[in-house]
Design a protein around this ligand. Sequence first.
Ligand code: BG6
Length: 465
Amino acid sequence: MTTYTFPKDFFWGTASSGPQTEGRFDGDGKGDNIWDYWFSKEPERFFNQVGPDKTSYNYLRYKEDVELMTKTGHNSFRTSIQWSRLIPDGVGEVNEKAVAFYNDYIDELIAHGITPFINLYHFDMPMALQEKGGWLNRETVDAYVRYAKICFDLFGDRVKYWFTHNEPIVPVEGGYLYDFHYPNEKNLKHAIQVVFNEALASSLAIKAYHESQDGQIGIILNLTPSYPRDEKNAEDVKAARIADAFFNRSFLDPAIKGEYPEDLIAIVKDLDMIPQHTPEDLKTIKDNTIDLLGINYYQPRRIKAKENPADIDPNCPMPEDYFDYYDMPNKKMNPYRGWEIYEKGIYDILINVRDNYGNIPCYISENGMGVEGEERYINANGQIKDDYRIDFIKDHLRYLHQAIQEGANCLGYHLWTCMDNWSWTNAYKNRYGLIAVDLDKEGKRTIKKSGYFFKTLAEQNGFSD
Ligand code: BG6
């Protein structure tokens, strides 16, 4: 038998976000964000036309949810403040009902021995700011920094782990390259400006935090290790390296090293797409790097050299002009989400952070498996027997354990997610939670088998097999 024991005070818990869990209720004072707006215009883009209005009723049920977190082994939990709840138009008055809600939610977590991790931005641009260009507009950076400072002032006495963004590359991909977030553009120049403005906003928020608060602040990045089809083929290796620059190092390097990778700068220069910036902005990024890195890991990227340069449209440059995706035979898949499952990726990421990023303190801030139709696994007691999720967690934790044994500075593991929640355009198609949410019964909660497993895992600070 092998026992996997994790370091003392390891963070065990889950992650979620405000827009995916809270819902919106009469009189709560929340303003529109891009999701509220986009759903009102194109409900057919969302699975079963389920929108962001009710999500998982957490705004009404947060006390019950915190109780359930204790029953599923949480010593820590991440959610996000919704910018459009706290400041409905993004720049003006603070909504006192939001302050009361977040205060009480945070207090409830702490009273139950659960350390709150609070993220400031999870894909949820206030609509009033999007109308003026969203992240493309420099004024949004200023509005975000003001919002961040308000959050630190209101909640920083109790919240000691803050994050400036969750997966900042995703609004770039979704909103400016591949059409799965509003504003649904396909424009690499805009995408690059958004990358820069998000990083600048992050650094300015970090600066403000360090000037006034005493906890830690970081960023959460979805790292997708890029594997070449053939490691002995120099063209495949080069293509994988470029994909890594676009999708990983574009945020990882400024966040930790305070500067952009040279290969990425060379490509962007060549495209004549250097984003608008000042020398002072670069100094801000250089001087204000993160304390803690959150790593979301779901899937790798398999890459091969570009096979058909004729695919390239000179009028519409895209990252994929530099590489092709490689459909590796016999890969293990999560068929519901269409993502490859490659457990060793978690180890490779942590070793990369150990060796190339100063072994900065980090934790796994998301990892998880969305499954469609989980009702078919309900047993006679009404519990979902999600053994596949338990196996998924253990399979990743073995590699995480190995990385720690080899010196990786990984402080915890958060699963995505606690309660089943609303997954953007996929809505409630795939369920990720330790706890089932019944939408036909106003969000009734039932702990799944994996929830009980997770409690034992956290109590024992590991597992054996
Ligand atoms: C991460 C996000 O990308 O993965 C979450 O931080 C998201 O917001 C989760 O819900 C699962 O992905 P998806 O696309 O299935 O919702």
